[in-house]
Design a protein around this ligand. Sequence first.
Ligand code: C2E
Ligand code: MG
Ligand code: MG
Length: 405
Amino acid sequence: MPDPADEKSYAPGSMVFRQGDPTDHAYMINSGRVEIVANGIAISVLGPGEIFGEMALIDGRPRSASARALEESVLLPISREFMSTRMQKADPLMRLLLKQVLSRLRDQQPAADGWTGEKRATPGLTQQQVAVELNMATDLRSALSHDALELHFQPIVTLPHNRLVGFEALARWDRPGVGFVPPPHFVGVAEETGLIVPLGRWVLVRACQALKRMQRRRRRVAGDDEALFMSVNMSAHQLYTDGEVQQLLDIVGSTGVSPKRLKLEITESVLMDDPSLAERAIMILRDAGVRIAIDDFGTGYSSLSYLNRFPLDTLKVDRSFVAPLPGDGAGLRIVKAILSLARELGLTTIAEGVEEIDQLTCLAKLNCDYAQGFLISRPLPETEMHEWMTPLAPRRPQQRRAVPG
Ligand code: C2E
Ligand code: MG
Ligand code: MG
């Protein structure tokens, strides 16, 4: 339960929150009475033991009504963190259904965010969308059990010499009867339905096995034994499911890959869903030698406080900051600032989404450590990646410009 020490008193007539406010807490009434008002119309009066404000907390949208204490009232706030931890643990189907019920309820209410017309800026899930997602989940479950997914690998190189140091593993799904499904789409469905846990394990096994083969390949073609690393994307569910982090470490152990060769990519917003749980999981990973990268840095969270809180290794500068380079405007200044922040904190930096040679040159001048992007190579199936690693093999045009060392 939430901590009773967080209880707050509200004087008669005082506002607990207003319609349109951003959401941070739900409230349980310990004593007193609270009136709920939407668009100036009182819609209910609640008393001890009742909870209000929970809907916006679950779907993250602005308050759809105001809440005002009618008499001296003592309220117990229930934080977003508290709710989201429980939501993560709930049965995936229940989560999906809850979302649908909430979106129906929302659609019956006048919007609090200024919407008055037919379409909302961020519509909830319709019944049809839920059906589409459940269908996709069924196919994805079947693909997983038939080993029908693929992993592609995108190289990561040093700056300024373009020497290969590692790869990012990226999942690919050719859905029967549909074709290529963009990863954010099926990863999103996997997250909603809990399939991300088996999917994440599958990715990790395949990525570790591939790393061993690619390491051997490197020894053969480049004649050196410098250890390559493998970056694997990690979703919230994997970080927050009890015992899953230990499972993942066991998987790495069973492949014979040293955890030091593994880098897990986590986004800022995933870390901040439940910072205490995330901290515990990251400590376990770090103690085992796994390195941690912040993916899409700069896009997910406005506070930088987490940079101090978590033991991190790498910041991946998001593609949206790399795209405007070189230029001389705000884009360049932002990248400079991110790189100098990372240096101050002792973190290495990887620029994502490098597509142009001028971007690569500019990033090298700014002392960014590593680069990844279509300019160097698109993500490729393993056999093509082996070919890419062979200096004399014919290259596709976009791969010719940067040569692995
Ligand atoms: P991400 O982790 O930020 O991965 C980088 C994405 O940028 C990849 O998209 C990659 O193909 C793309 N990319 C790389 N270089 C360039 C470039 O120069 N230009 C452009 N325009 N794009 C570039 P992809 O493979 O579609 O994956 C998208 C996202 O899906 C990933 O973003 C990641 O969040 C998620 N994802 C992919 N595979 C997995 C996985 O195995 N597990 C989890 N949890 N998430 C995954
Ligand atoms: Mg990534
Ligand atoms: Mg990224």
